[in-house]
Design a protein around this ligand. Structure first.
Ligand code: EAX
Length: 325
């Protein structure tokens, strides 16, 4: 009798353990700079859904929008350390971790969205994604932040000369800062979470960001002028911690990558929508918008910086990116 009860207890315990294993779910912390409704939020939501489905619910996300886990540099650091699992981040501070990324941050390198997306999805972009691994970061897929435009509180910017002397917040990105100096801008690097207050208090005259960020962060409340300078493309990327990646089966690894690619596609689609509808909204919100910027004046100003870029990244590399049709 005693043995009977004992074995029944064992069987029950074994069944309980099995059920536990089947329903075990790992919750991964995913952070990004802007709101849940923004392009980052849309892309992250699709990634999370697809990742959960693709792993039959073994993995799911807990999302931390609005820089709740810190600035992008801090979040990349945390993912590298494994204290955060995933970040959907612009390449802004990423070149400080993975130098190979920096080449895609060169101003006026990409002609338009089509060109930029082709490069990121092609061999050059995919090669950069793989390079992250050696630095303790798993680049799952490129997402997107968008072409950056200037806003400020002083005056309209039509020509590069109009930007001269403006104190502008930039990302913590040397490639940008070097380029922007050729416009006469005084670049002031600052983490994104400090930006709204800095604009509000006039610590800086302006900033530059894609339309989806300007919209989501309500910069129209603290900035009068917007110029569609499109002076640089801002890629973004879903990065996973190697601590998580190392535990995934080959099948789950594939599911994460496919989910990230779908997230990236959704994020780009939201960027398209914001580009199409956002400018009208920002005008409604009171911004003065210069749509016809003298792009040639900016390209001419930045040309001398290309000599340094060529020295740092190789003229062939830059030419190879420009040559993508
Ligand atoms: O990634 O820091 C920035 O200006 C970024 O464009 C923004 O946080 C979204």
């Amino acid at each position: 009798m005693t043995t009977g009860i004992h074995s029944r207890t064992l069987i029950a315990a074994a069944l309980f353990a099995l059920a536990g294993a089947a329903s075990a779910q790992t919750v991964l912390k995913l952070g990004y700079a802007t709101s849940k409704e923004s392009h980052y939020g849309v892309g992250s939501a699709v990634f999370c859904d697809e990742m959960e489905k693709g792993t039959q619910g073994r993995y799911k996300c807990q999302q931390f929008p609005n820089s709740a886990l810190g600035g992008e540099r801090e979040q990349i650091e945390a993912v590298q350390l494994g204290t955060q699992d995933i970040v959907n981040t612009s390449t802004g501070p990423l070149g400080n971790f993975v130098p190979e990324v920096k080449v895609v941050d060169i101003p006026f390198l990409f002609r338009n969205y089509d060109h930029a997306r082709k490069v990121m999805d092609g061999p050059i972009g995919q090669d950069i994604l793989k390079k992250m691994q050696a630095k303790g970061l798993i680049g799952l897929a490129w997402t997107e932040n968008g072409f950056r435009h200037m806003t400020n509180n002083k005056h309209a910017i039509v020509n590069a000369d109009d930007a001269r002397g403006l104190k502008m917040r930039t990302m913590e990105n040397k490639v940008h800062m070097e380029g922007y100096k050729t416009f006469g801008i005084l670049p002031t690097p600052m983490p994104f979470p400090e930006l709204f207050t800095a604009l509000q208090q006039g610590t800086v005259d302006g900033q530059e960001n894609p339309i989806p960020v300007i919209l989501a962060s309500k910069f129209s409340q603290v900035q009068k002028h917007l110029s569609l300078t499109g002076h640089v493309y801002s890629p973004a990327v879903l990065i996973l911690s190697p601590a998580v990646w190392g535990k995934l089966s080959e099948v789950d690894k594939k599911a994460f990558v496919v989910a990230a690619q779908k997230g990236g596609a959704a994020q780009r689609k939201k960027v398209n929508d914001d580009e199409a509808n956002g400018i009208a909204q920002l005008k409604k919100d009171g911004m003065q918008v210069v749509e016809q910027v003298n792009g040639d004046s900016f390209r001419k100003a930045v040309a001398p910086a290309y000599a340094n870029y060529a020295k740092e990244f190789g003229a062939e590399k830059i030419a190879a990116i420009q040559a993508v049709k």
